[in-house]
Design a protein around this ligand. Structure first.
Ligand SMILES: Cc1ncc(COP(=O)(O)O)c(C=O)c1O
Length: 393
């Protein structure tokens, strides 16, 4: 495998790679943060599995899927993040996993405090507020200063940990969907641990964009999806619970299909998307064959820098996400500073330049336009974006 940095700028290689995907003619998609494309071979495998399960119905599912196949697939998913199979349970998406972890975390007493920041995903914010209503805890909401730096992010947490001594639990997002900011998870989790605060990590956008080691990060509870940067069919995700912390998450709402020592009891018991799950081994094989998260992430970062470097020099454009390599990934947000409302500019990017982007709001730093290249995005697409920003600012 050639050096990832060299390969990241090899348009011929990425064109061959892009040819493995079916792409609808139309706008140039710079909103690849919603979910990822499956390759053609994965689509074909998925279709075969839909037909197989439709033909064989519960006979296959009861005799084969439930008799070991499902667990084998779950082990392969655990392998994606290098953890033991028993520390992973499959879910339908990241949201299901995050909500299950938050609602079943059993170490809260009335009067305790729980914390989240402006950068968390809205459903995570909602689930933490739900804890306040249902567990009698107090919610502490913090905002990160803008522009963010490694130290400002860490210090914001340190100050909150000192100011709110009854904090027991916090939500943390590895890569925020609003600006693509990559949180210094290891430093924040270490500071939280000093104060006896548990962290539930939202890894929805991290998986597949870069490598991480949850043990090194000091994370005991996390949730992921497989349909953003791994390339799986929609409706697949999983949770991670460090085995020694399993007792701190209750079985989900009296769940009793699995023993209390089994992580699968922490998620709702329901009929999963079996054809999608059966497709996962091929998805994971393709992910590794193309160099895994490091190769994907290096390419996405390269594409990101192609537009961010010139955009930084443009008056009238603010790039919201820092350039500290520890703090960014392929997703980066910007705004036209003269406009309070970014939506008309998203519409102009589409109408005048055929570039499809999306407005994200909810961060304390204000609404922005999120630019997310994907694995089929080209350097030429990024040049077109640079031209558009230069002309529209
Ligand atoms: C940061 C973040 N967390 C959680 C989610 C939810 O993921 P899912 O749609 O798989 O539930 C998303 C989805 O975009 C996200 O960006």
């Amino acid at each position: 495998m050639p050096d990832n940095t060299l390969r990241a700028r090899d348009e011929a290689f990425w064109r061959t790679f892009a040819d493995r995907y079916e792409v609808q003619p139309g706008p140039i998609n710079l909103e690849n943060g919603y979910f990822g494309r499956m390759s053609r071979t994965v689509v074909e495998e998925y279709q075969r599995n839909i037909e197989l399960i439709n033909r064989s119905n519960s006979v296959y599912v009861r005799q084969r899927f439930e008799q070991g196949e499902s667990q084998k697939i779950s082990s392969q998913v655990a392998g994606l993040i290098g953890v033991a199979a028993e520390s992973v349970a499959l879910t339908r998406n990241a949201t299901d996993g995050l909500q299950a972890l938050i609602r079943n975390y059993n170490r809260l007493q009335p009067g305790d405090q729980v914390l989240f920041s402006d950068l968390e995903y809205d459903t995570v914010k909602g689930a933490m507020r739900w804890l306040a209503r249902n567990r009698g805890v107090e919610v502490i909401e913090i905002e990160h200063p803008h522009p963010a730096s490694f130290d400002s992010l860490l210090n914001t947490y340190r100050e909150a940990f000192t100011r709110y001594p009854r904090l027991k639990l916090m939500a943390l997002t590895h890569v925020t969907h609003r600006t693509g900011l990559v949180m210094p998870v290891q430093a924040i989790a270490a500071a939280a641990r000093e104060h006896g605060i548990d962290v539930i990590l939202d890894g929805a956008h991290a998986l597949g964009q870069f490598e991480f080691d949850l043990n090194e990060l000091g994370i005991d509870f996390a949730a992921y999806n497989l349909h953003k940067w791994i390339g799986a069919p929609l409706t697949l995700g999983f949770i991670f619970i460090a085995p020694e912390r399993l007792a701190d998450i209750d079985p989900d709402m009296g769940e009793m299909h699995f023993p209390v020592t089994d992580i699968r009891a922490r998620t709702p018991y329901s009929t999963p998307n079996i054809p999608a799950l059966l497709t996962l081994p091929l998805v994971i094989e393709e992910h590794h064959a193309m160099g895994g998260s490091t190769a994907k992430g290096t390419r996405l970062n390269y594409l990101r820098n192609l537009w961010v470097k010139p955009a930084r020099e443009l008056s009238g454009i603010e790039v919201m996400t820092p350039d500290d390599p520890r703090l960014y990934c392929g997703i980066t947000s910007m705004r036209f500073v003269a406009h309070a409302d970014q939506q008309p500019m998203v519409e102009r990017l589409l109408r005048d330049y055929n570039l499809f982007t999306v407005v994200r709001s909810g961060a304390a730093c204000g609404p922005c336009i999120r630019i997310t290249p994907g694995l089929t995005t080209t350097a030429a697409d990024m040049m077109l974006l640079t031209t558009a920003l230069t002309e529209l600012r």
